[in-house]
Design a protein around this ligand. Structure first.
Ligand code: PLP
Length: 307
């Protein structure tokens, strides 16, 4: 089938990403939602769009204003992309841990990049989040999207991602599996899907070393864009059935498998999700349909030599 899409604005090209069957060795149907096909290259286009549009509507963001955000890269890239086309100045704080590619992409969109030393806790006064809060306080006419605490982050996925998955699977989805950082993706779409089908299972993928998994005693880990590193108000534990922990080694090994056996070049958080889904799917039947979220592409991490 040939469908031609024409958009009047780049913003209208956000979302409606493909859902693609992945032939894992299971009687269940497993699908990947290819979020890396968003115009900014990740799932975060959705959250940034909703948070910026809401700020404009509420008058918190005015012409000539400055967008400020703390990010593990993708939220910043989405903010920089939208800021560029709308004429806002953009300042993004990141941890030095994130890939060179993501840092250079931010600068390519014209954003000012502030690199901060990695911290184990997001609420550490030296963290990239704390730095963004400080810059926001000292910058007149600025708006901080604040993805880690802004409920509109999860709201974007409730309003947009969840309904897309429901329509694409024609209501047959039984398992929804997504990485948790802020928790917006898993909680927002998870809530929508569970409202449609209360016995649907929502699986949040975290890392074993995160603040949440270690009962507030986090340890460093290599994966980016995944890991619950603070008491996040966005993680809706009431609708999450299970937390699956994917570690560095199995997630990074999965990146190679996905690229070489399935032709899916995905980023590390998606490697963690793919590993989780491959394990969960072993216990599913032909009556089950699992949807996993692939948040970004492996092209943003090639210099990390994971592949
Ligand atoms: C590639 C990727 N996957 C997953 C996530 C986690 O999404 P959320 O913050 O909605 O939990 C992020 C967050 O930055 C990300 O960049």
């Amino acid at each position: 089938m040939f469908t031609m899409k024409i958009f009047n604005s780049l913003l209208d090209a956000i979302g409606n990403t493909p859902l693609v069957r992945v032939p894992f060795n299971t009687p269940a149907k497993v699908y990947a939602k290819l979020e890396y096909l968003n115009p900014g290259g990740s799932i975060k286009d959705r959250a940034a769009l909703y948070m910026i549009q809401e700020a404009e509507r509420l008058g918190l963001l005015k012409p000539g204003g400055t967008l400020i955000e703390a990010s593990s890269g993708n939220q910043g890239i989405a903010t920089a992309m939208i800021g560029a086309m709308k004429g806002y100045k953009v300042i993004i704080t990141v941890s030095e841990k994130i890939s060179e590619e993501k840092q250079k992409t931010l600068q390519a969109y014209g954003a000012q990049l502030i690199r901060c030393k990695p911290t184990l806790h997001l609420d550490d006064g030296a963290s990239y989040h704390a730095k963004a809060v400080e810059i926001h306080k000292n910058t007149p006419n600025s708006f901080m999207l604040n993805q880690y605490f802004n409920p509109t982050n999860a709201g974007a996925h409730y309003s947009m991602l969840g309904p897309e998955i429901w329509q694409q699977t024609q209501g047959t989805i039984t398992h929804y599996c997504a990485a948790a950082g802020s928790g917006g993706t898993v909680s927002g779409a998870g809530k929508y899907l569970k409202e449609q089908k209360p016995d649907l299972k929502v699986i949040a993928v975290d890392v074993p070393n995160s603040y949440r998994s270690t009962d507030k005693n986090p340890q460093p880990y290599k994966l980016e864009g995944i890991g619950v590193d603070y008491d996040t108000p966005l993680l809706n534990t009431a609708i999450i059935d299970d937390f699956f922990l994917s570690g560095d080694d199995e997630s990074i090994a999965m990146l190679k498998t996905m690229a070489r056996e399935y032709g899916l070049l995905i980023g590390p958080s998606s490697g963690a999700v793919a590993y989780a889904a491959s394990q969960i799917a072993q216990n599913l039947t032909e009556h089950d349909t699992l949807v996993m979220i692939f948040g970004d592409s492996g092209r943003a991490y090639l210099t990390k030599n994971f592949y």
